[in-house]
Design a protein around this ligand. Structure first.
Ligand code: C5P
Length: 208
């Protein structure tokens, strides 16, 4: 009789966002892409000419994300890179914590995706998935996405960015990207979006 809460964590371009959206649709749950909050903070910082190396600037930006959550610029690699840098500040994470916890605690249940959902935001989630794929495959996907959006970049540069972001997200001391002990691993390297979602549904159903 507990509400169904699904935590989906994993590195950049692993497919976790698409899977989380598909799970939300399948189970009829609201969905929160928590990366968007960090990206909105990064965008607020850029718009205010803030300094990503200043914790004070980063905290101010995290307090000022209203109105930026649907901005098309959230998707850019520049914003993603700054999001990854400022998300290492525990005080920035603290500013964004409550709205994520509240979202996870809704009576309806919820699906959240990010880096620390199963470990920090919703440690009592009904089902926890850790979605991953090889860095080469993730770079290939992100590259195709950027090219499709009219942003020509070199695949090799995307791979370097992805590896740098993995390194930062996994080795920070505040809520690092790590598979929760009770999370189920879903490797999407060899799976298309439909097969990845089908497998995710199967894994969640096994937790009910
Ligand atoms: O998932 P996405 O690429 O949109 O996330 C952008 C950045 O925000 C990540 O690289 C990560 O550093 C940070 N993030 C986080 N915790 C989350 C979600 C995102 O630290 N729950």
């Amino acid at each position: 009789d507990h509400p169904l809460v699904i935590a989906v964590d994993g590195p950049a371009a692993s497919g976790k966002g698409t899977i989380a959206k598909g799970l939300a649709r399948h189970f009829g749950l609201p969905h929160l892409d928590t990366g968007k909050l960090y990206r909105a903070a990064a965008l607020a910082l850029l718009r205010h000419d803030g300094d990503p190396d200043s914790e004070f600037s980063a905290i101010r930006a995290a307090q000022d994300i209203a109105g930026l959550l649907d901005d098309p610029e959230l998707k850019s690699e520049t914003v993603g890179g700054i999001a990854s840098r400022i998300s290492a500040y525990p005080a920035v994470r603290a500013v964004l914590l409550e709205r994520q916890r509240d979202f996870a605690a809704q009576e309806s249940g919820a699906v959240l995706d990010g880096r620390d959902i199963g470990t920090v935001i919703a440690p009592h989630a009904t089902a926890k998935l850790f979605v991953t794929a090889s860095s080469e495959e993730r770079a290939r996907r992100r590259h195709a996405e950027l090219v499709a959006n009219g942003l020509p970049v070199h695949l090799a540069d995307v791979l370097i960015d992805i590896r740098a972001r993995d390194e930062r997200d996994s080795h920070r001391s505040a809520a690092p990207l790590v598979q929760a002990e009770d999370a189920l691993l879903l490797d999407t390297t060899a799976l298309g979006p439909d097969d990845a979602l089908a497998e995710a549904i199967r894994l969640v159903e096994g937790c009910l």
